[in-house]
Design a protein around this ligand. Structure first.
Ligand code: ZN
Length: 256
C-alpha cells in the first residue's frame, strides 16, 4: 500500500505530454549522424514504410480508442509507455502487447533527461523496463526520452546497453489539443518515406486528445492511398526485441 500511495503521488504530479518538443533541429540530426543506429529520427528514405508512434501511455481515456482504430484498420504501431502509468493500468499495457504492437520505454515518471544526472536516467529506464518485463515478459530495446531530450553521455550508455533511442521527424503536435483536421494536416504535410510520426495516446490531467483519435483513421487511409505502409518501429528500424513469443505470432502483414 505504501508503494501504491507513492505511485499515486507521482502520477498526479506527472505533466506528461504537456510539451514534447518541436521537431528536430540540426542538433538532433548531428546526434543521429554521430550515434548511427543508436539515436534515430527516421529510417533510410528508400522504402515507403513509416511508423506511427504514440507517447505517454497507457491512459484509459485515449489508449483504448487508439487501439480500437488500429485494430479496425489492421495497423500495428508503437506505444511508448511510462512506468507510473503502467502500474496504474497494467491491463491496458497487456492489451497493447496482445494486439501485436511494439512497446517502447518512455521512462518511469517522465522527467526531462537533460536536467538530471546519468545515474537518474539509468534508474528511469531500468525501473520502467522492469515493469514492462513483469507485465508482458520482455525488456524493450526501444527508448524515447521524454520531450525528446537526451545528452551525449546518456547516448553513450544507451549504446553500450544495446538500446535504440527513437525520437521522430514528423510531429503531429497533437498534445496542443488540436482538431482532427489540424492533426491530419500536420502529419500528412510532413511525412516522407521512412518517417517516424509522433502522436500521443495519453495526456495530462484535463488534456483532450480526441483530435488524435478522430484524425487517426483518416491519416491511415491517406498514408495507404499515397502508398505508404505503416509498420511498427522494430520493423521500420530492423530492431530485434528479446521476446520469446512475438516474432512468429505477428508476422508482418502480407507475409505467410
Ligand atoms: Zn512524453
Amino acid at each position: 500500500m505504501v508503494l501504491l500511495g507513492a505511485v499515486t503521488l507521482l502520477f498526479s504530479g506527472l505533466v506528461c505530454s504537456a510539451a514534447d518538443k518541436p521537431p528536430p533541429g540540426s542538433e538532433w540530426s548531428e546526434l543521429q549522424r554521430r550515434y548511427r543506429g543508436v539515436f534515430v529520427l527516421s529510417a533510410p528514405r528508400e522504402s515507403r514504410k513509416v511508423a506511427l508512434t504514440f507517447d505517454d501511455v497507457p491512459d484509459p481515456r485515449f489508449t483504448p480508442q487508439v487501439l480500437d482504430v488500429l485494430n479496425t484498420k489492421h495497423v500495428r504501431a508503437t506505444f511508448f509507455v511510462v512506468g507510473t502509468r503502467m502500474l496504474k493500468h497494467p491491463d491496458l499495457l497487456k492489451r497493447i502487447d496482445r494486439d501485436g504492437h511494439d512497446i517502447g520505454n518512455h521512462s518511469y515518471s517522465h522527467p526531462d533527461f537533460s536536467r538530471i544526472p546519468l545515474d537518474k536516467v539509468q534508474q528511469q529506464i531500468i525501473r520502467s523496463e522492469e515493469i514492462v518485463e513483469k507485465l508482458v515478459g520482455f525488456k524493450p530495446k526501444l527508448v524515447r526520452p521524454p520531450y525528446g531530450e537526451i545528452r551525449p553521455a546518456q547516448l553513450d550508455w544507451a549504446k553500450q546497453q544495446g538500446y535504440t533511442v527513437v525520437n521522430w521527424d514528423v510531429d503531429s503536435r497533437d498534445w496542443r489539443q488540436l482538431t482532427a483536421d489540424e492533426v491530419f494536416r500536420n502529419v500528412t504535410s510532413a511525412v516522407r518515406p521512412g518517417s517516424v510520426i509522433l502522436m500521443h495516446a495519453g495526456g495530462g490531467e484535463g488534456q483532450n486528445l480526441l483530435g488524435t483519435v478522430q484524425a487517426l483513421p483518416r491519416i491511415i487511409d491517406w498514408l495507404r492511398n499515397h502508398h505508404y505502409e505503416p509498420v511498427p518501429l522494430t520493423e521500420l528500424l530492423d530492431v530485434r526485441e528479446n521476446r520469446e513469443d512475438s516474432t512468429n505470432l505477428f508476422p508482418p502483414f502480407g507475409l505467410p
